[in-house]
Design a binder for this molecule. Structure first.
Ligand SMILES: NC(=O)c1ccc[n+]([C@@H]2O[C@H](COP(=O)([O-])OP(=O)(O)OC[C@H]3O[C@@H](n4cnc5c(N)ncnc54)[C@H](O)[C@@H]3O)[C@@H](O)[C@H]2O)c1
Length: 384
């Protein structure tokens, strides 16, 4: 198959901008992908951030003005990784410029921003927008999703999806934009990590009817650049309990996003437990998937058993990597881009895809309902 070249640009050359630039350089690992992305332009308001991209020989435009980048007719696809308060303006400008967009979460700082982005999509013929969420592209996560879809769970009892960080346990860690409401948003940690915990549940059709939010702002001040304490006014930890339906039967669905989960470094976990089966995956042991079954134990009889299986390296799009090798975060990013560009090219088929704009907008409604629930102690239905 001859691959079509797609010219990619990045707006926001920080942590995630560099990660994506690196992932695109690993594209030859994918087998028979229909497109070949080429990073041609990068925008960051900080010229120092642009210096890192000088090492990438395909980059022919670096700029501090996103309008200059969007005016370039040869750019097909834009990835944007900036502060949450900047999402709405930059996403809307990109969509209206006729570029395909892989947006970062949380897809606008709040529900109103997400809705403004949806309006731009509706008003722009041919627009194609998806939202970043890479953890479900771990091979073990894909196994877990396929297990649920197989029907092996039987009647679903409960499911859980969590995303856990721990570096905020250090109260001397300086404040940054992700810990300030004005830049991160009222939803705090949910804006930061919540898309990761809702991508799989929503894609499996698990839409919460009513939610109960348990939110915590544990560290309320952190040192600023001069060492003086500044407000750190975002939720640190958020647990959302809810009721959803699987095949018409209600079950307990919980998502948890925590910046203070001691010992955890970017741990994404998914678990679904039913009357006939169960499945668990955690990036803590990234090779391992656990499945539940009642088995015959020789000499003992029928027993309940959690079995541990190594999942290997293959995810949504095949790679040259040996199937028995293990993968990690960077591989999940590559797989997410493989899915995004395949869907853009119309050839994703029934493979697992990146978050859709309607799903992203729904997460803002869920977070708002969780905050309202936390404040008034009631179950709250996410707004339509
Ligand atoms: N998918 C993931 O796993 C993941 C992980 C971390 C962050 N994120 C998301 O990515 C986004 C960015 O986070 P980050 O950690 O990369 O942030 P960051 O602070 O490391 O980088 C943001 C960059 O944007 C630049 N910038 C600010 N305003 C700009 C503008 N108007 N035009 C161009 N560049 C501008 C900054 O100078 C900075 O270099 C956020 O939405 C965040 O939630 C996603």
């Amino acid at each position: 198959m001859s691959a079509r070249t797609v010219n990619v640009a990045i707006i926001g050359g920080g942590l995630m901008g560099r990660e994506i630039a690196a992932a695109l350089r690993r594209w030859p690992a994918l087998v028979d992908h229909p497109v070949t992305p080429r990073l041609v332009a990068v925008c960051d308001i900080n010229p120092t951030a642009l210096e890192w991209f000088a090492n990438i020989d395909t980059v022919r435009l670096t700029t501090t003005d996103h309008r200059e980048l969007l005016a370039d007719p040869d750019i097909d696809v834009v990835y944007i990784a900036v502060r949450h308060d900047l999402h709405e303006e930059l996403y809307v400008d990109t969509i209206r410029a006729g570029k395909a967009l892989l947006a970062e979460k949380p897809f606008g700082i709040d529900r109103a921003a997400a809705d403004a982005i949806l309006t731009a999509i509706e008003e722009t013929p041919g627009s194609f927008v998806r939202v970043s969420s890479e953890m479900p592209f771990f091979p073990g996560a894909q196994w877990a999703i396929d297990y649920v879809r197989s029907g092996a769970l039987g009647r679903l009892i409960e499911a859980k999806c969590t995303f856990l960080h721990a570096s905020d346990l250090d109260t001397a860690k300086p404040v940054n934009w992700k810990r300030q409401k004005q830049f991160c948003g009222d939803a705090g940690v949910m804006n930061d990590l919540g898309m990761h915990t809702w991508h799989v549940p929503l894609r499996l059709g698990w839409r919460p009817e009513r939610v109960f939010g348990v939110l915590q702002d544990i560290v309320t001040e952190r040192p600023g650049p001069d060492g003086v304490l500044q407000p750190c006014d975002t939720w640190d930890n958020a647990v959302i309990h809810s009721r959803a339906e699987h095949e018409g039967v209600p079950f307990a669905l919980t998502t948890a996003t925590k910046r203070i989960a001691p010992g955890e470094k970017n741990t994404w976990e998914f678990e679904a437990i039913g009357m006939s089966g169960g499945v668990r995956f955690s990036t803590k042991n990234p090779k391992e998937v656990q499945v539940f079954a009642v088995v015959d134990v020789p000499g003992v009889g029928r027993e309940q058993s959690w079995q541990r299986i190594d999942s290997g390296s293959q995810s949504v799009w095949p790679t040259v990597t040996g199937p028995n090798f293990e993968g990690g975060f960077s591989d999940a990013i590559l797989q997410m881009w493989a899915a995004f560009l395949a869907e853009h090219a119309g050839v994703l088929g029934d493979r697992f895809g990146t978050v859709r704009p309607d799903e992203a907008a729904l997460t803002h409604r869920i977070f708002a309902a969780a905050i309202a629930s936390h404040e008034n102690g009631a179950l709250v239905a996410p707004e339509a």
